[in-house]
Design a protein around this ligand. Sequence first.
Ligand SMILES: [Zn+2]
Length: 457
Amino acid sequence: MRTLSLFALAVVACLAVPSDAGDLRTASALRDRALGDPTAWNIVESLTTEIGPRPIGSPAYSRARDWAIARLKALGFVNVHAEVFPKPAWIRGAESAEVVGPFPQKLAIIGLGNTVPTPPQGIEAPIVVLKSYAELLAARPGAFKGRIVVVNQPMTRTEDGSGYGAAVQIRNGYGEAARRGALAYLIRSVSTGAPRSPHTGAIWGPGTGKIPAAALGVPDADLLQHMAARGPVRLRLKLASSVNPKSLAWNISGEVTGSARPDQIVVIGGHLDSWDPGTGAIDDAAGVAITTAAATLINRLPQHPRRTIRVVLWGSEENGGSSDAYLAAHRNELGKIVLAGESDLGSDRAIHVDLPDGAAKAPAFALLPAVLAPLKVFVADTPPRHGGSDIEGLQKAGVPIFAVGQDASRYFDYHHSADDTLAVVDRASLNQNVAVWASLLYLAADSNVDFRAKPGK
Ligand SMILES: [Zn+2]
């Protein structure tokens, strides 16, 4: 009789609460804890203060490796190590530009990453100002012979940052300018802001026909357009740089071991390298901080989720290379990586989460919208298109990816410029991201969901 009533009680309990109630409670507790947890802020503050700008090949880049290893160990991660790979380093030298005439004045510029240098005495030539990149592409071969081409096309501000995709091709247009006879290539910074600080970024492409390439501060690009409207303008550009072909880079990782299926791994992370003018706070100390803090909160739970969580701090995002190196080093365990995600869009508020096709309908995620609703975050009904450039290799190799969509409205005001500093990181938004990542990550890692399975199967 007694056994029967206990059984009856158990049945009632099961009917009263969903079977994932424990997971829901844990995910909600992680969410609430994250909002008041100092870990993410401390990481951004420490990385920007103690290391600062950390481009590949710089002494700070090596210090960032040591910083990351010490930090992950101190936070209790296991299997903490650096995976080294070769990566030639482009190292910036002195740079300047000025209008020689008719209205002499100095210009705010920054060389684009990987640009060839000018001769030491610089390049002095008349300019041609184009109001759009399409004007450059429409020009005939040789049209800009002996000139410095200036492309003054503004970037569109969007909440999801999609204006960047259109603008990035302009940055890489030096070959198109060279083909039309240009001596050097200047672009309006790929920026949504008005400040004068110019924004750098990598250029790449075939080695032939390379001409020096730099970005102008947004007001400086407009200034040149105003001058050119009055008549011919001469400009002098000096760019110095060197290349270390033997430089090394490294991806750094640490793990929270799974309690039941440690051989199944969820890979997350942000990138440790940064551009040099600022301190790389939003790009991408924030991503390092958000993912590390989320995994740290999970690491502190009395019971770890079933699967292993691996935080990877990618070492060469800005010039590419992390993704290929990671894929090459982990090709034999791709099947074990059940899910991957990257945080690399700054520290402003998360808006939505995108899960692999069909995953949002899995019972394990049935209550995810309830966990995220208080954060004003929704679960998107479409899978992510891009997980991030550091997990691109994994994605192409078939590893399922997820993404946390963020408000990128002001991200490109600061990105790759001297203004990418701790001053533009909003602590409450940073922690809201940690709350999203921690709860989502916990549910994914504690589930048995096969993210590779297509919907309907
Ligand atoms: Zn980045």
